[in-house]
Design a binder for this molecule. Sequence first.
Ligand code: ZN
Length: 264
Amino acid sequence: MRVTLLCLISIFFQKGIAQNSTSWNGKSCAVVLTYDDALNQHLDYVIPSLDAYNLKGTFYIIGSSDCFNKRNKEWKLASKNGHELGNHTLMHPCARPHSKTPISPEKDLNNYTLKKVVSEIKETNRLLKETDGKTERSFAFPCGQKKVHDTLFYNYVKNDFVAARGVKRDLKSINEIDLDNVNAYGMKGHTATEMIGLVDEAIKNNKLLVFLFHGVGGGSPLNVENVDHQKLLKYLDFKQHDVWVAPMVEIAKYVKLQSKIIKD
Ligand SMILES: [Zn+2]
């Protein structure tokens, strides 16, 4: 029976009929809520709001950040409550001249070697494991940058991650997702109406939608107002029969499993 079912699923995928109202863990679409840079506002506003709706998010942590180190117990608790602590490197290096804000020499990716990037990403994984005890997590590229000089550094750490989140805006079907560079919509001053519009588009087209937040209710120039964020969460709760909301690590593992079913 199980084999027959798997064969049927396989046939559906091969015929390109994979996208339907149950493609995503029995739901029409998937939404990942990601929050970058380990900000105090994430602990103060975002996590309590997510917990109130029993929604789980992914928090991309900078290993050296004050907020991660000073409030480590709270991050540990967040992980226990089902949120993912993702790796956003140790120092958040970005390369000039792409960065819009000034970068200190020690955070300038142009001053890094491949060895240094790799070792700092691995060190952050060690710090995160010390905090949450987990061996599986996802990665997010600082400033969306993927190369140290001319080398794609993720290739040297990808075995340590289930997926990597990028910054290019797009919605993808389950069989189109690049787990080494998952599309995401960066939010800056977006209204609830705009965010809900994206959710509706994902539902309609059976796609994966990844939100990329920094500040919520302050904490970053890339900010979304608390009230708008709250309205988005309320809508996701209202649409829970259509939308699967889960951390990146969980969604990425599901995507991998589906592609394995196709190959088999
Ligand atoms: Zn960042």
